[in-house]
Design a protein around this ligand. Sequence first.
Ligand code: HPA
Ligand code: ZN
Length: 337
Amino acid sequence: MNHTSFIQQLPKVELHLHIEGSLEPEMMFELAQRNHIALPYDSPQAVKEAYQFHNLQSFLDIYYQGANVLIHEQDFYDLTWAYLLRCQQDNVIHTEIFFDPQTHTERGIAFDTVVNGIYRALQDGEKQLGISSQLIMCFLRHLDEDSAFATLELALPHKDKIVGVGLDSSELGHPPEKFQRVFEKALAEGFLTVAHAGEEGPVSNIYNSLSLLKTTRIDHGVRCVDDPQLVQQLAEQRIPLTVCPLSNLKLKVFETMDEHNIVELLRQGLCVTINSDDPSYFGGYMTDNFLAVANAHSMTKQELAQFTLNAIEASFVDEAHKQRMVDKVVAALSSAE
Ligand code: HPA
Ligand code: ZN
């Protein structure tokens, strides 16, 4: 079996996906029409052509604008359902997705509208597609601490639907320490914590996410290589990094996939995983991300499968669920021989 077929049929687990970043231009147009919202583009094709980014901020500006078409609970449902159908195509068996409530509450959309639409689709995904999932709420780090506290308050009645909290948006100038007190409250309320760190920002953001925000995973984290001692700590403690290869290329974190450090980090024993981040904006879902890495770096099937095994290890589900997923990966490996 060649690498392309192997990757296609390999069971996958996604741990870093912003649901708003799965909004395809076609659906953006459909929702704009349904909700009578004017778009600054003539066609879905024109939207795609506008997706030329030179850093994280240039992407975020367009990404927040795109989310304006999401108004009703059914819109959030349709968005999430479309993503789950893509998961099914890519043989994603489990996904832990982010949502950014403040992107919506800041425009007057109720928190409950957002979370109920997303969650109902995730439940249907489990029932109808057999894809298990978890939901993680991210705070926008360019907004202030008060706004994050208010958002956490809105999430408390939805604890049964939300497993953890995270931190995303502009990393430069908004370090993890800005949200230490909010994360303390979230931890006390029983949420797990994660944070984007070391995507564009310095290694101190990785250290401080771990020590001050008590995060159990780091989203991105690829800049850890600036500090060999940190790399050693991440390897020894098996602290997961949710790496997003195509995102890193699009946002110029790496110039080429050949220069990407994910395979080197895998071989150094880090718990690195492959994820799609904002697939509609960055040109690919899970299989595309695996293929992009495998086409640039020569790897064995065992190494490719290790990305999924790492993601299972890093996932927020119980041991029995993890074991069932490991069994699927082992079966895929043996049938590929
Ligand atoms: N980094 C920071 N914020 C984000 C990202 C990202 O990659 N995607 C969506 N929001
Ligand atoms: Zn992200």
